[in-house]
Design a protein around this ligand. Structure first.
Ligand code: UDP
Ligand code: MG
Length: 310
C-alpha cells in the first residue's frame, strides 16, 4: 500500500465465497484501473467456514492495493460492511457484493456523478428477474410496508451498492447503534443523492446466504430499527376492541333487562376470549421485539471484532 490515501475504497464483505473472490477480483481490478484513480480493494472475511480467507490471501500476494480484514467470527453482512467502512481511507467509499450481482462497470457512472457534485450515488435494480418470485414479492411488500410506517424512506430496490463521499461516511460513523440495518442508516444520513439504474445479474458462483427465515429477520430488523409504529398501533387496536366490547356489553345488558337471563353463551364467550388472548399475545410479541432490541443495544457491545487487518 502506498502512503497516500487512495481516492476510491471498495468494500467487499465475503462469507463463504471461495468460488467468487477470484473472479470478482479479476473483473473489478481492470475496471478500477480504467478509472485512472488510486484505489484500495478491501475484503472483509466475515467468518467464512470455507477457503475464502486463504483465497483472499493468495489474491493479496498477486495484486497490489488489496487489503484483507479478517473478522473473528461471522458477524453478518451489516457488521462486515461497517468494519470495512470504518477501516477505509479513500475519499469515496463503494460497498459492493463479491458475487458480481453488482456490476463493477457501474463504478464509472458512480465516479462521473460524484465528479458532478453528488455525495451519494446509488444503484437501483431496474429489474429483479434474477431473483425468485417469492423474493421479488416479499421485497416489494417490505419496501411498501417499511416506507409507509417509518419516517426514513428507503428507496425501493436499492441495495448497498453505492458510492459515498468521506463526509457521508463520517456522518454514518456518528450512528452508534449496534444493530445496523445499513440500508436504513444510509438513507437516514441523507445528502445529495443520485440514483442510477442497472440490471441485477444472477450470482456468478456460490449460493446466497439470505433465504426465508434470515430475510424475514432482516425485514423485522429494518422495520423495528426505523419505526415505532408497530409499538404504537396497540393503543388503537386496544381502543377499538374496548369500544366494540363496550357496545357488545351494553347490548347484552339491555337484552338481559328486556328478556331476562338466559344461560347459553358459551360459543360467543369462548370466541371472544380466544380472540382477545390472540390479540394480547401479538401485542406482547411486538413489545418483545423492541425490548429485545433495547436489551441488545444497551449492552453497548462492539459491532465487530477484527482478528487481523493487513
Ligand atoms: N455476506 C457477508 N456475511 C454474511 C452473509 C453475506 O459478508 O453473513 C456477504 C456475501 O459474501 C456477499 C454479500 O454479503 O458478498 C451479499 O450476500 P448474498 O449474495 O448471499 O445476498 P443476496 O445477494 O442474495 O441478497
Ligand atoms: Mg448476492
Amino acid at each position: 500500500m502506498n502512503a497516500n490515501p487512495p481516492v476510491i475504497s471498495i468494500i467487499c464483505p465475503c462469507y463463504n465465497e471461495q468460488d467468487t473472490v477470484a473472479v470478482f477480483t479479476e473483473t473489478m481490478l481492470p475496471e478500477l484501473a480504467k478509472t485512472e484513480l488510486s484505489y484500495e480493494l478491501i475484503f472483509i472475511n466475515d467468518g467464512s467456514r470455507d477457503q475464502t480467507l486463504s483465497k483472499l490471501k493468495d489474491l493479496q500476494t498477486q495484486h497490489a492495493n488489496i487489503r484483507v480484514i479478517n473478522l473473528a467470527r461471522n458477524f453478518g453482512k451489516e457488521a462486515a460492511l461497517t468494519a470495512g467502512i470504518d477501516r477505509s481511507k479513500g475519499q469515496v467509499v463503494v460497498p459492493i457484493d463479491v458475487d458480481l450481482q453488482d456490476p463493477p462497470e457501474l463504478i464509472h457512472d458512480f465516479i462521473r456523478e460524484w465528479q458532478q457534485g453528488y455525495d451519494v450515488v446509488v444503484a437501483k435494480r431496474s429489474d429483479r428477474t434474477s431473483d425468485s418470485f417469492a423474493k421479488k414479492l416479499s421485497a416489494e411488500w417490505f419496501y411498501k410496508f417499511h416506507n409507509k410506517i417509518s419516517h426514513v424512506k428507503i428507496p425501493e430496490n436499492v441495495g448497498d451498492y453505492r458510492l459515498m463521499t468521506r463526509r457521508v461516511v463520517e456522518a454514518i460513523q456518528q450512528l452508534p447503534e449496534n444493530q445496523r440495518f445499513m440500508k436504513g442508516i444510509f438513507s437516514w444520513v441523507g445528502f445529495k443523492t443520485k440514483i442510477i439504474e442497472y440490471k441485477r445479474d444472477p450470482r456468478v458462483a456460490g449460493e446466497t446466504s439470505f433465504n426465508g427465515w434470515k430475510l424475514w429477520n432482516f425485514a423485522l430488523e429494518g422495520i423495528t430499527s426505523f419505526s415505532t409504529a408497530p409499538l404504537r398501533i396497540w393503543l388503537y387496536v386496544g381502543l377499538l376492541i374496548s369500544l366494540l366490547a363496550f357496545v357488545y356489553g351494553s347490548a347484552i345488558v339491555i337484552k338481559t333487562l328486556i328478556f331476562g337471563i338466559d344461560a347459553p353463551g358459551y360459543a360467543s364467550l369462548i370466541t371472544i376470549m380466544l380472540f382477545l388472548g390472540g390479540v394480547q399475545l401479538i401485542g406482547l410479541g411486538v413489545m418483545g421485539e423492541y425490548i429485545g432490541r433495547l436489551f441488545m443495544e444497551s449492552k453497548r457491545r462492539p459491532i465487530y471484532i477484527i482478528e487481523e487487518d493487513n
